[in-house]
Design a protein around this ligand. Structure first.
Ligand code: NAD
Ligand code: UFG
Length: 339
């Protein structure tokens, strides 16, 4: 049994990873300030696993609260999800993003060091590849940020690389997620965005459930098979599983190592709308509008490094992702506020 501190463990990806940890015999300890999650998620995790994870309601930047977690629990490794993630909001309020994400990561690393814990899995993002043009994208592609959110991920990655050079005791996996979607197959936990969803699949799901009229398809004139943007969508259960593989691989890493976490396949906006329509048994109305500023035509991962070094591979296809996303949305039309 290993104790794993999961920062942001009440969030979308964190909650699914906590379920996977509990189911595989780990003992997760969640620290979350619930700034972008609902306390009910903890009851739902308990319902799925018949076991309630330990939860500390605290901000990552509260060093005393963090230190007291390490004093109370013998933490073997940390999975660091906690962070703000809305690209548009990061452009209008950059200071909040740098403070929360970069400051939060620094405080975490300091407290880990003080308590002799040097194993970390960090939630990075394909956003660190900026406007990559060569597909599939491998981990050696040039790194660049196109917005403050992306800069926070790049900066934290750099801090962690520097840390591993300075102190060889550290073992860090940087997991660069492509486009996480779907939900646990129980329909009990899933993504519950605040306000109007920024991302495609949550938006499509809210149209399907009648909360919005139609999907605006951002651009129909890209150089792709049907003119709409292509992305590498990955089931959140596969993503959760990648964290367990990364934990197992940590001790064998030489310091800090980045891994792409995707399926390696690209699907267009219209492919997604079609697959979701099939999953929910109704046509999803959509309208093609102008491109969204800052979007690239195509982004999908070269996943060979994760396959060979983490012994991990995505299992779920787009049809399964949409079915599982629909089950969550239809059972919880208003998200965690449904009942
Ligand atoms: P989420 O918002 O659902 O989860 C993040 C959790 O962190 C939330 O529960 C929030 O309350 C908590 N949190 C934020 N700041 C905190 C702080 N200072 N102290 C304590 N708790 C704090 O997001 P998610 O989709 O689960 O994403 C998890 C991580 O993965 C994030 O770092 C995000 O940037 C990264 N990521 C997400 C995606 C995506 O599309 N969902 C893609 C790439 C990378
Ligand atoms: N799209 C629409 N209509 C919508 C929303 C999105 O047509 O209402 C399109 C976009 O133009 C894009 C595709 O659907 O072609 C996917 O868009 P998302 O917003 O779902 O995802 P992105 O690839 O733009 O962004 C995601 C994460 C970011 C991260 C980025 C790069 O949300 O946090 O991947 O990794 F920075």
């Amino acid at each position: 049994m290993q104790k794993i501190l999961v920062t942001g463990g009440a969030g979308y990806i964190g909650s699914h990873t906590v379920v996977a940890l509990l189911q595989q015999g780990y003992e997760p300890v969640i620290v979350d300030n619930f700034s972008n999650s609902h306390p009910r998620v903890i009851d739902r995790i308990e319902q799925i696993c018949n076991q309630r994870p330990s939860v500390v309601d605290a901000d990552l930047r509260d060093t005393d609260a963090l230190a007291s977690i390490f004093q109370t629990h013998e933490i073997d490794a940390v999975i660091h999800f906690a962070g703000l993630k809305a690209v548009g909001e990061s452009v209008t309020d950059p200071v909040r993003y740098y403070e929360n994400n970069v400051q939060g990561a620094l405080q975490l690393i300091k407290v880990m060091s003080q308590h002799g814990c040097h194993r970390l899995v960090f939630s990075s993002s394909a956003t660190v590849y900026g406007n990559a043009t060569r597909m599939p994208i491998n981990e050696q592609a040039p790194l660049q940020a196109t917005n403050p959110y992306g800069w926070t991920k790049l900066m934290i990655e750099q801090i962690l690389r520097d840390l591993c050079v300075a102190d060889p005791a550290w073992r860090v996996a940087l997991l660069r997620y492509f486009n996480p979607v779907a939900a646990h197959q129980s329909g009990l936990i899933g993504e519950d965005p605040n306000g109007i969803p920024n991302n495609l699949v949550p938006f499509v799901a809210q149209v399907a459930v009648g909360r919005r009229d139609h999907v605006a398809v951002f651009g129909g004139d890209y150089d792709t098979h049907d003119g709409t943007g292509v992305r590498d969508y990955i089931h959140v259960l596969d993503l959760a599983d990648a964290h367990l593989s990364a934990l197992r691989a940590l001790d064998g890493l030489d310091g800090c190592r980045a891994f792409n976490i995707g399926t390696g396949n690209g699907h267009s906006v219209l492919d997604v709308i079609r697959a979701f329509s099939q999953a929910c048994g109704q046509d999803i109305p959509y309208q093609v509008v102008d491109r969204r500023p800052g979007d690239v035509a195509t982004s999908y991962a070269d996943v060979s490094r994760s396959q060979s070094e983490l012994a991990w591979q995505a299992k779920f296809d787009l049809a399964q992702m949409m079915q599982d996303h629909w089950r969550w949305q239809s059972q919880n039309p208003q998200g965690y506020g449904s009942d």
